[in-house]
Design a binder for this molecule. Structure first.
Ligand code: MN
Ligand code: MN
Length: 281
């Protein structure tokens, strides 16, 4: 059940309307990292989360706050777009908003692309969704930061500072929600990755001096049991693909192991139309 309270979560003041900035702000209304996307992503994840009522509450708390952010950013945009209604020059900043939308809000991003559910990252796997949400908050934060960089209006900066800050708050809460599940960090889903192959860092981009950027070394090659492997193309060992098997000991993978095998690398005598050594096709 939803109940709307006719009071903004944060009071919005605009000193000088700027229609072009209002257009940029639409990115946080109907854009990929905007408030509606966040509200829908977390709320629907919460509705899906029937096995963990504690983290369901986390998702619904923050999803609902994002809807309040949508209302705030909407109020801010509306105040900035107001001159479009009467001023031809202002109207030219966004003809779509002016002519089709009467200078009001609609679910478009800053380039006039309609909002889409494709923006949402909803996997139905709680820990995977929480990782999505931590990344989504980081994206929202950086978008607000860039918006702040492009306005001098004190009231606008004040509102954007509130919205930007809350994204970091949410990032903390989602991170705590994920960590408190106490899952090993690389344990995703149910099936195990292939041992050995899982620890091979493939050095797939190489170069040296005049031939290109220097081949770099870093902890991403050696942490968490990783070790670097060079491509056969440059004389290395290549990935240990021979270790890959559809079935690992101790796992019940269902019926797929009984399936008819097709392959990108058939043995010669299995090729259609090629005679094998005994003369049969
Ligand atoms: Mn938000
Ligand atoms: Mn947020």
């Amino acid at each position: 059940m939803y109940h709307h309270v006719k009071k903004l979560m944060y009071t919005v003041n605009v000193d000088t309307p700027d229609v072009r900035f209002g257009n940029m702000l639409l990115e946080q209304f109907g854009g990929a990292n905007g408030e509606l996307a966040a509200a829908m992503q977390y709320t629907i994840q919460g509705w899906n989360c029937v096995d963990d009522i504690a983290r369901r509450d986390l998702l619904l708390d923050i999803g609902t706050e994002e809807l309040s952010h949508l209302e705030i950013v909407g109020a801010l945009i509306r105040m900035h777009l107001k001159p479009m209604k009467t001023n031809r020059e202002a109207a030219e900043a966004d003809p779509l908003v002016t002519i089709a939308g009467g200078g009001g809000l609609n679910l478009f991003n800053s380039m006039g692309n309609p909002w889409t559910a494709d923006y949402l990252k909803i996997t139905g796997e709680l820990d995977v969704d929480l990782r999505n949400n931590i990344a989504a908050e980081a994206r929202a934060k950086i978008v607000y930061e860039r918006l702040i960089d492009h306005t001098d209006d004190p009231g606008t900066i004040d509102t954007l500072q509130f919205l930007m800050t809350r994204e970091i708050t949410h990032m903390k809460a989602f991170t705590a929600g994920l960590e408190s599940m106490e899952k090993p960090p690389f344990s995703i889903g149910r099936l195990r990755p292939t041992p050995g192959l899982a620890d091979q860092y493939f050095n797939g981009s190489t170069g040296d001096g005049d031939e290109g950027d220097t081949d770099m070394r870093g902890p991403w090659q050696t942490s968490f049991n990783l070790s670097p492997v060079d491509s056969e193309v440059v004389g290395g060992e290549g990935l240990a693909i021979e270790l890959v098997d559809g079935k690992l000991p101790g796992e019940d993978r269902g019926k797929q192991d009984m399936a008819h095998k097709t392959t990108t690398a058939p043995k010669l005598d299995e090729l259609i139309g090629v005679a094998s050594s005994d003369g049969k096709l």
